[in-house]
Design a protein around this ligand. Structure first.
Ligand SMILES: [Zn+2]
Ligand SMILES: [Zn+2]
Length: 156
């Protein structure tokens, strides 16, 4: 599967609606799909594949967790974001799109409403002809705390 951040989001309010979306799209409601969706509904921030695999009841192995998340992403229930150097972190899709900023000094991530970035987005597009999006890869820079502390550089 290509890495496709642009598959249409199908945000839902609860587990039974998510299972209905799966069935509409010809997907089986397997134990692993149900278990992962339950963990994602309980989560308050994007989670790693390893974390999701361990939290699922029954617990799942990492390769099958990847495959299940890919399928859930294809039908628009799930999305992922890359914060820092690590692999993608997964969460449910939202009613309103979400973008992220990530501090390369302290590693802090912030969730941002996309309309707060629209003015900067237009300026960048006028200047270089690219319209930036920060939902799949975040805007990377320095947070306010690190700026005021005079920190800079690269977090590892
Ligand atoms: Zn990705
Ligand atoms: Zn910082």
């Amino acid at each position: 599967m290509p890495d496709s951040p642009l598959s249409a989001a199908r945000p839902v309010a609860d587990l039974s609606s998510a299972l209905a979306v799966l069935r509409e799209n010809g997907g089986r409601v397997s134990t692993s799909r149900r278990a992962l969706l339950q963990v994602l509904f309980d989560a308050t921030s994007p989670l790693s594949v390893e974390h999701l695999a361990a939290q699922a009841v029954p617990s799942l192995d990492v390769p099958s967790t990847y495959r299940t998340l890919e399928r859930l992403e294809e039908v628009g229930l799930v999305r992922h974001v890359h914060l820092g150097h690590g692999p993608g972190l997964y969460e449910l899709t939202h009613q309103t799109e979400r973008e992220y900023a990530w501090c390369e000094s302290c590693g802090k991530a912030a969730s941002i409403e996309p309309d707060r970035l629209d003015a900067a987005r237009s300026l960048i597009e006028q200047s270089i002809g690219y319209r930036p999006r920060f939902g799949h890869f975040p805007l990377v820079g320095l947070c306010a705390d690190c700026l005021s502390a005079g920190r800079h550089g690269h977090h590892h």
